[in-house]
Ligand binder design. Sequence first.
Ligand SMILES: *Cc1c(COP(=O)(O)O)cnc(C)c1O
Length: 434
Amino acid sequence: MASGFYYQGGILRGDEIALPELAALYPTPFYCYSRQKIIANYQRFDKALAAAGIEQRQICYSIKANGALAIINTLAQAGAGADIVSGGELVRALRGGISADKIVFSGVGKTAEEIRAGFAATIARFNVESLDEIDMIAALARDRGKVAKLAVRINPDIEAGGHTKISTGKAEDKFGIAYENAVAAYAHIAALDGVEAQGIDIHIGSQILDLTPFRHAFARVRDLLTTLRSAGHNITHLDLGGGLGVPDETDSPPLDITAYANLIAETFKDCAPQGQCHITLEPGRALVADAGVLITRVIRTKKSAPNQKSTKNFMIVDASMAELIRPTLYDAYHHIAPLTEPEKETPIYQWDIVGAICESGDILGLGRTLPAMPADTPLAIFHCGAYASVLASHYNARPHIAEVMIDKDTHQIIRPRQTYDELLAGETIPDWNQ
Ligand SMILES: *Cc1c(COP(=O)(O)O)cnc(C)c1O
């Protein structure tokens, strides 16, 4: 049986489940994740690295792509560690069952409180992004009588990623320490008590669909490794970040994971004199994006004002930018299709598929060719496993929607839809207003 989301006999299935049946069972909108697809994505990644001969390796799932405990736990069971960027993600990773010695802590703005939480949990490593942060970690480590293991995140000044909002490796981005200052940063660490430089770290961007930016970035890491080792630094770990793209229907073919693994093996194969490094990777999107769909329903359709040059057809659905902000934030394309494929001869029209939020930017798909669909017709928005639920907002007082996980022929709610009482929980009207 196939895993993930696919049409069979005109019906969209998730693993072995017919999704129209699921949509009849759970109120829309809801996110639906395939456990089997997540596991398959992880194993494909890990096997490619193994096949390339990278024996010492750890895939650290980037929690920020989707922090659902059920997803974290699925990946933990498959062998994943975690890449976290906040104290909240540390709690999620640990509660999701990731062992602390497989957790790396990234991010430009770790606070003292978050750093202490990292010590308390005994995480594997901090990926540090500035001298100021290094000094703070060193001071906090000395207070505890500890030595913190660090990897310095280098900004390789490389353009990568599908959109300026998801590029992180250019000189003007806020991330990392400038490449030309890297050697000085390692010297700084070597002179400090409480910290030890164990590795080099990069993460150049997201939704990267060709190997070129990776090739350039890895070459810079390789050069720096040689320089650092000849300066006497004992660098044993390389963290090459995430960023592997998942193409949508309009994009080029997927990034070749075997070629990616071979590129890593090739670039770092003979790092004399100390030999091979332990390789950490931090994929987020590549593990979960295509393992999730957002199930929604048509509320109604309407036309734009008739005096305009082109009259538009709007299809208003019960999902919105509050549950999927990627189209409006990143101009992302998400394929949208009914759960039951329409008959071949059905006339089709151009639709702007939009939500009910009071923003013109509340767009899920522009100019989609689909038949006219009656109210209540269920639709799937594809590739909603990553950066959908985690970016959800409560705008227009919308409660967080339900999340469902499927596993072969079973399904379970992993997070119920929030009630209005839960949405308002904790708010008070001040005493003086009463
Ligand atoms: C976001 C992020 C990732 C994951 O990026 P993807 O594009 O989802 O693979 C990995 N590492 C760091 C430091 C990140 O900020």
